[in-house]
Design a protein around this ligand. Structure first.
Ligand SMILES: Nc1ncnc2c1ncn2[C@@H]1O[C@H](COP(=O)(O)OP(=O)(O)OP(=O)(O)O)[C@@H](O)[C@H]1O
Ligand SMILES: [Mg+2]
Length: 249
């Protein structure tokens, strides 16, 4: 990790998997710890900005910065946020091929990568591809970073999910946490808050444990004790592992 600012990339090439949901809720979790948080919106749909526009000015501040086109400007923006005293910088990035350069710059800047993942077979197939591309990315091969999967809108286990977990285990990529499919995330997105701020909601309180796991994982991975994924060669198809552990912390 460079400096004292945590730089967290939230990415997956699959649309609608929960990148913005996780980026905004994470920003809220850190802001409620009293940390200075910057949310870098690198998806031209501007969902983080729309979320921030709804956020109450009295709520713990999340400074939202946009960059939809300029890969060259990203390092400068990150340096600027660090100079402004940000404790945490969260980047919401698509990882689509059309945004490859922006993705590369965000990956370079990051200390760790969170990968939101839906559980349908098509999402899992795309997820395997994304994880493989990420692990064989030249930035990752030069300087491996911790990466972890967050199941979003988690449903019951299935054969393809089991296979995916075997695949992840083989690469030493942990599943950090599971977020329920819950209307609280939709409400939070529409009102500029995070589920951790919905203190009167029983449904939101069911999500606390999942977010505690995410925060603990980030804390461990940015506090010097880094367990890195096993590097793999570009173009090599990842072998399937024998199932041994369901979740890695
Ligand atoms: N755990 C959840 N439960 C219920 N709804 C969710 C959950 N996570 C995300 N959603 C909803 O699913 C939709 C897509 O989520 P989100 O915008 O976070 O995905 P994304 O990966 O950022 O999408 P895009 O690729 O379009 O940027 C949103 O309407 C969001 O509110
Ligand atoms: Mg988004």
């Amino acid at each position: 990790m460079s400096g004292t600012t945590k730089k967290i990339l939230v990415a997956n090439s699959k649309g609608g998997c929960g990148k913005t949901t996780i980026a905004t809720n994470l920003a809220v979790a850190f802001a409620n710890q009293g940390l200075k948080v910057s949310l870098l919106d690198c998806d031209r749909q501007a969902s983080c900005l729309h979320w921030a526009e709804e956020r109450n000015a009295q709520a713990p501040k999340v400074n939202t910065v946009a960059n939809y086109h300029s890969a060259d400007k990203l390092a400068e923006q990150i340096a600027q946020e660090q100079d402004n005293g940000s404790d945490v910088i969260i980047m919401d990035v698509t990882g689509r091929h059309s945004d490859a350069r922006l993705f590369e710059e965000a990956l370079k800047a990051s200390d760790l990568v969170l990968i939101p993942m839906l559980s349908s077979s098509l999402d899992i197939k795309a997820g395997e591809r994304f994880v493989t591309d990420l692990m064989t990315h030249r930035v990752m091969r030069a300087t491996p970073r911790p990466m972890g999967v967050i199941y979003n809108r988690a449903h019951n286990s299935s054969a393809h999910l089991q296979r995916f977990e075997d695949f992840l285990r083989c690469l030493s990529v942990p599943v950090i946490s599971e977020l329920r499919d819950s209307a609280v995330y939709v409400t939070a997105a529409e009102t500029g808050i995070g589920v951790l701020e919905m203190r009167d909601s029983a449904a939101a309180s069911k999500e606390y444990a999942a977010w505690r796991d995410i925060m603990l994982w980030i804390d461990r991975r940015t506090s010097g004790r880094r367990e890195l994924p096993r590097p793999i060669q570009a173009g090599r198809k990842a072998a399937r592992a024998k199932p041994e552990q369901a979740r890695v912390s």
